[in-house]
Design a protein around this ligand. Structure first.
Ligand SMILES: *[C@@H]1O[C@H](CO)[C@@H](O)[C@H](O)[C@H]1NC(C)=O
Ligand SMILES: *[C@@H]1O[C@H](CO)[C@@H](O)[C@H](O)[C@H]1NC(C)=O
Ligand SMILES: *[C@@H]1O[C@H](CO)[C@@H](O)[C@H](O)[C@H]1NC(C)=O
Ligand SMILES: *[C@@H]1O[C@H](CO)[C@@H](O)[C@H](O)[C@H]1NC(C)=O
Ligand SMILES: *[C@@H]1O[C@H](CO)[C@@H](O)[C@H](O)[C@H]1NC(C)=O
Ligand SMILES: CC(=O)N[C@H]1CO[C@H](CO)[C@@H](O)[C@@H]1O
Length: 784
């Protein structure tokens, strides 16, 4: 119908001038070149007008299958489940960062086969591959009494654990070295653990620290040890941290659910909370002849090795009776599950360790694959869905290739939709990142290269790293995405329940459950924390009843996944359905479904909580220093801290109020659009323009939180509200600048952040506020 109106319109408008022109021509016979030129120009004009009208029509009068219908079709297509096929493929050859060419090609081919415009991009990264290692226990500086193999057992039952092509146990970005020294047990090696040892007078200078995995990102354990003057670090997986244990009668993998004693957790020891990405190119893409800097701001100078609990026990038990009896004099939190080690700190002067670690460092290529599903409206922004491809091991059935399998299923589902003529409103880009494991390399370099473009066009980044490492759904996101995440939760069934249960019911089973906040440890980091793009990270996480997940070990294999963790690959498919629906909503709804009320409420909550921690005697202090943010208009001079806090809280309350209004307006606009079929076409075009304006505002809202100078001592992190924890790495904290100032009792740093938060809040209010709403409030768009 609409197309007819336009054809008629175009015909009327265009036939007349040509007629007039030809009448003139009949009078002036002989000057045919003028006539030809004029006709030619009109033809061009006609073609362009036609094209313009077509585009306008396409954008405003698209009458393909709409949202709910498409979502249903998508879920229908995903009743076929090929996740197991993809899993088998991705776990068949080693694919350390920069390696596994066959899987790179497989990914690119699948993207193409499923209709994506596919591209491979490489970056040149400074990184290490393992050469050799050794670990010896030495008595009286002479006699080697024990030597660790530093290898995981080959299991006959599990082909992924056997072969010449297995990846050695090592740490990404660890330093080469050959050190011999006494050793000390440092528990999890957290900041607090090291402070405890300092207080108790346990000497760490010149020692090798032995830490168990857990609590914080492993690279920070090495960082803290290095800062204490340690010469090397060993990190092992303590069975006391597992939910199933041989002590309790559970057999180890592959016979049962507890940890295989020889399992080793590889992993990166980059100082993740300092900066991800290539350590030699902070903030800029590692391509061509980029200028490189000294990497040791974000990677260690001392060697480290990962060890199994079977191989650390003979070493640790030599500490019994030496140093501090931690269970007695520190806390039971220091005691793990080793039978022969009684968790003394050491050192034992009779024993030393020789730790030998040889790494080959070079500038090496890594390869991202991008696949674009082009949206209907080229002037609209896009969303990105990403998963990393590289793994520490040949398998990686869980990390990361459960996510790779889920993502391919989404792509397959969208391809099936495309076959019936469906095109999303806005573009969806799929990314298969390389080098995540070493330090979020592929995604970070991508973000650093295309930062400005991404800030101007990317509505959201959806990350799926491990889609199945257990059976409990984990959801962490920018609060602006909570609304769309919650809506989609209700549409997918939880695969782990015998009676029908939605993901929503599963996720909110525990009272007071909330969608979490993002820290770091996966590829969303650059998008959210460097570029201010709303992000989400999700997947089924390890829970108390799930078999021990052999993280970064050879036993994270296809066999473990297909037989113990996810037989039938139902959890893989649930993630594909869920994330696919979220992507369909974000890319398909005319008004981008980003909602601000929850964000503003959360923000006020964080601020209330932190400001309550400001010491009383600081509150009445005047802020006399000159204003820092001279580029910002808002004046907060000469006031007391307390006044500033009150002002900020008022401003945040305002933000909540106006966010509720904004969210209401965006829902209203979407409603109008959904019911605009009978609207006169010119009104509909105005409405489309209005929606476009609204979308641009929504696109830019999260960018308000970017602070150019970044966090203290780590300028790469520019998001005021969320960042990787300085001392934790994985775990994120809200308002990190303010929190760290309070943690450090740093008055002027706190003042700086209070001012920054105040002025950002003011900006936020300006951006959220909907001043020009008269047109909206009027009955302009009423069709009846
Ligand atoms: C998926 O795997 C199953 C079982 O191995 C096989 O029968 C089927 O042909 C595979 N399908 C595709 C599309 O690879
Ligand atoms: C490591 O150093 C020790 C001496 O401290 C030496 O005996 C040993 O050969 C060295 N190991 C390697 C592999 O170079
Ligand atoms: C390398 O640097 C030179 C000058 O610094 C520049 O002209 C050239 O384009 C650069 N090459 C690449 C590949 O970036
Ligand atoms: C260490 O402390 C534990 C817990 O108090 C105690 O049972 C154990 O006997 C202590 N070990 C020694 C050698 O004193
Ligand atoms: C949302 O908008 C509708 C109509 O536009 C209005 O009736 C309602 O009160 C608004 N709700 C809020 C919370 O502002
Ligand atoms: C609270 C306060 O003293 N504010 C002052 C900040 O500075 C401006 C002029 O720049 C004054 O007008 C305000 O009174």
């Amino acid at each position: 119908m609409s197309s007819e109106i336009f054809d008629k319109y175009v015909d009327e408008k265009l036939s007349n001038p040509i007629e007039v022109e030809s009448r003139i021509e009949t009078r002036k016979k002989g000057v045919s070149w003028v006539r030809i030129t004029i006709l030619f120009l009109f033809a061009i004009f006609f073609i362009y007008l036609r094209r313009f009208v077509n585009t306008l029509q396409e954008l405003t009068f698209y009458v393909g299958p709409d949202g709910p219908e498409i979502e249903e079709q998508f879920l229908e297509h995903l009743k076929t489940n090929l996740a197991g096929n993809w899993s088998r493929k991705y776990t068949s050859i080693p694919h350390l960062a920069g390696q596994g060419k066959e899987l790179l090609e497989f990914t690119a081919e699948k993207f193409k086969e499923y209709g994506l415009e596919t591209e491979v991009e490489s970056f040149d990264i400074y990184l290490n591959y393992p050469v050799d290692n050794g670990l010896k226990l030495i008595k009286d500086d002479s006699e080697v009494v024990y030597e660790a193999s530093l290898k995981e057992d080959e299991l006959e039952d599990d082909p992924t654990t056997i072969g010449d092509d297995l990846i050695p146990t090592f740490h990404g970005y660890s330093a080469s070295g050959n050190v011999t020294a006494q050793f000390v047990y440092v528990n999890y090696g957290t900041k607090k653990d090291f402070e405890t040892l300092d207080k108790l007078g346990v000497e760490l200078e010149g020692k090798i620290a032995i830490a168990r995995y857990g609590g914080i990102f492993r690279g920070l354990k090495v960082k803290f040890a290095q800062e204490r003057g340690c010469v090397g670090v060993l990190i092992y997986s303590d069975p006391g941290d597992d939910n199933f244990n041989e002590d309790q009668g559970y057999k180890p993998y592959p016979q049962g659910p507890s940890r295989n004693p020889s399992s080793v957790q590889r992993g990166s020891v980059q100082f993740l909370s300092q900066m991800p990405g290539d350590p030699t190119t902070p903030g800029v893409p590692s391509q061509g002849n980029v200028t490189r800097v000294d990497p040791y701001n974000s990677i260690p100078k001392i060697p480290s090795l990962p060890v199994s609990f079977a191989e650390i026990e003979p070493i640790l038990k030599k500490l019994n009776g030496h140093g501090i009896n931690s269970s007695e004099d520190i806390s039971s939190d220091w005691v793990g599950g080793l039978a022969d080690f009684k968790y003394w700190t050491g050192p034992n002067p009779d024993y030393t360790i020789n730790l030998y670690n040889e790494q080959s460092y070079d500038i090496r290529p890594i390869y991202n694959v991008y696949g674009k599903l082009r949206g209907r409206d080229p002037s609209e922004g896009y969303i990105i869905i990403g998963n990393h491809r590289d793994a520490w091991i040949k398998g990686g059935a869980s990390d990361p290739n459960s996510g790779s399998a889920s993502m391919l299923e989404i792509i397959r589902g969208f391809h099936e939709l495309s076959k019936t003529g469906w095109v999303p409103e806005r573009t969806i880009i799929f990314a298969s990142w390389d080098g995540e494991e070493y330090g979020l390399l592929g995604s970070t370099e991508f973000g650093e290269k295309y930062g400005e473009r991404l800030k101007g066009h990317c509505y959201a980044y959806l990350n799926v790293d491990v889609s199945v490492g257990g059976t409990g759904l984990k959801l962490e996101s920018s609060p602006s995405l909570n609304h769309v995440l919650n809506t989609a939760l209700k549409q997918v069934q939880y695969p782990g329940s015998e009676t029908p249960q939605s993901l929503y019911e599963h996720f909110y089973e525990t009272p007071d459950k909330k969608i979490g906040i993002l820290g770091s440890g996966s590829d969303f980091t650059v998008f959210l924390e460097h570029l201010g793009i709303p992000s989400v990270d999700l997947g089924f996480d390890h829970g108390d009843n799930d078999p021990v997940y052999h993280y970064h070990s050879n036993y994270d294999s296809y066999k473990w996944m297909s037989e113990m963790m996810d037989p039938g690959f139902k959890y893989h498919q649930a993630v594909a359905k869920y994330l696919g629906l979220v992507a369909l909503k974000l890319s398909g709804q005319k008004v981008v479904p980003l909602k601000m009320a929850e964000y503003a409420t959360e923000l006020k909550g964080y601020y209330d909580e932190l400001s309550a921690r400001i010491p009383d005697d600081w509150l009445s202090k005047k802020i006399t220093k000159r204003r820092r943010c001279h580029e910002r208009k808002h004046n907060v001079n000469e006031t007391t801290i307390e006044e500033l806090v009150v002002l900020t809280k008022l401003s945040l309350s305002d933000a909540i109020g106006s966010s509720i209004k904004l969210d209401n307006k965006t829902s209203y606009l979407q409603d109008l659009w959904d019911n605009s079929v009978d609207m006169p076409f010119w009104k509909r075009i105005i409405l489309a323009g209005w929606i476009k304006y609204t979308n641009i505002r929504l696109l830019l809202l999260e960018r308000t939180f970017l602070v150019e100078e970044g966090l203290k001592g780590r300028p790469w992190f520019k998001h005021m509200v969320y960042a990787a924890g300085r001392d934790t790495g994985y775990e994120g904290f809200a308002l990190p600048g303010m929190k760290e100032a309070l943690d450090d009792s740093d008055f002027w740093e706190l003042v700086k952040w209070l001012k920054t938060i105040y002025s950002v809040t003011q900006d936020l209010n300006v951006r959220i506020g909907y001043e020009k709403e008269s047109l909206m409030e009027s009955s302009f768009f009423n069709t009846k």
